[in-house]
Design a protein around this ligand. Structure first.
Ligand code: DON
Length: 303
């Protein structure tokens, strides 16, 4: 596969979508971001990485971190997580409160905010420092020691984090958090604030295409668990747009309101695309268009 030629064609196809949509206005530090950015990277399972556009420009990974959080907890703790969080699509917004009370404080899946707060709580119990353990993992797997938290984004989100706090306190009232709510929220916000490029994220997610083996050759997860993470990404990774994402792209994917999307072609490569303009469900408009173009051009969807 001539990745460079494919990426250039994909970028040209997605170009009319760049600048469309809105930034994540509810996080002030992200509200003013320039909507004109677009980058995309492919990390092949052989370890090579190819990119186009702003593929080396760091952006706020936001909910893309939720895919790594799930993998880190499954790697350390196996199946017990599933007693505290489900694995069904929610059909509601990523920060919705309504289902949580009906379902007794058990979030629908680990990729909506409530579910990721439970995952963060478990990672905190397992490691003693959930956000640093995720950052260390991302630095190692991307091979880039400069991957870092963005304190401005973390504190901006913390100052405007009433909805996440409401989700966390509601779950605490059902006994579904082990650590104090402020601790869980802090680590969750720090994880979301991590700043990385498409290059870094595609490499860091390589284990998802390599049956659990990371870029450093170490086994991070059994192949069986990688199948499970990819399945939850496919069904829940883009929230109440997961059906549309599967229809258009046909790959496991995890989006974030920073405009990034990580997608996996099992056995072949990991893709990361970034463009900050979001649709109404919080997914990058140009990012989804680019992934649609990539799988249409290559035929590399899981279907
Ligand atoms: O908690 C939040 O709302 C954000 N830190 C993350 C949300 C997000 O990225 C949803 N993704 N599309």
């Amino acid at each position: 596969m001539d990745y460079q030629a494919v990426l250039e064609e994909v970028a040209a196809t997605a170009a009319p979508q760049v600048g469309r949509g809105q930034p994540a206005g509810y996080i002030p530090a992200l509200a003013g971001v320039d909507l004109g950015g677009f980058g995309m990277a492919v990390a092949d399972v052989d370890g090579s990485v190819t990119g186009v556009g702003d593929w080396q420009v760091p952006f706020s990974i936001q909910s893309v971190s939720k895919a790594f959080g799930l993998a880190l907890v499954l790697a350390r703790d196996g199946e017990s997580l599933w007693g505290r969080v489900g694995r069904e699509p929610s059909g509601t917004a990523f920060n919705s409160l309504v289902q949580l009370e009906y379902e007794n404080g058990i979030p629908r899946n680990p990729f909506i905010n409530a579910g990721a707060l439970v995952v963060t709580d478990r990672l905190q119990s397992l490691t003693g420092d959930a956000s640093t353990s995720m950052l260390d993992f991302l630095c190692t797997q991307s091979g880039n020691p400069a991957v870092s938290f963005d304190p401005q984004v973390a504190s901006s989100e913390s100052e405007h984090g009433d909805r996440n706090a409401a989700l966390a306190y509601l779950m605490a009232s059902y006994g579904n958090l082990d650590n104090p709510v402020p601790t869980v929220l802090d680590h969750y916000f720090w994880q979301c604030s991590i700043s990385m490029s498409c290059r870094d994220l595609a490499l860091a997610g390589s284990f998802l295409a390599r049956q659990g083996v990371g870029t450093d050759g170490s086994r991070l997860l059994p192949a069986r668990d990688v199948k499970r993470v990819n399945a939850v990404m496919l069904t829940c990774g883009t929230y109440d747009a997961a059906g549309d994402f599967a229809y258009r792209v046909g790959l496991p994917g995890k989006s974030g309101v920073g405009g990034g999307i990580l997608a996996v072609v099992p056995g072949r490569c990991t893709l990361c695309v970034w463009s900050p303009g979001l649709d109404l469900r919080g997914n990058s408009v140009a990012g989804v268009a680019a992934l649609d173009a990539f799988t249409s051009l290559t035929g590399w969807s899981v279907f």
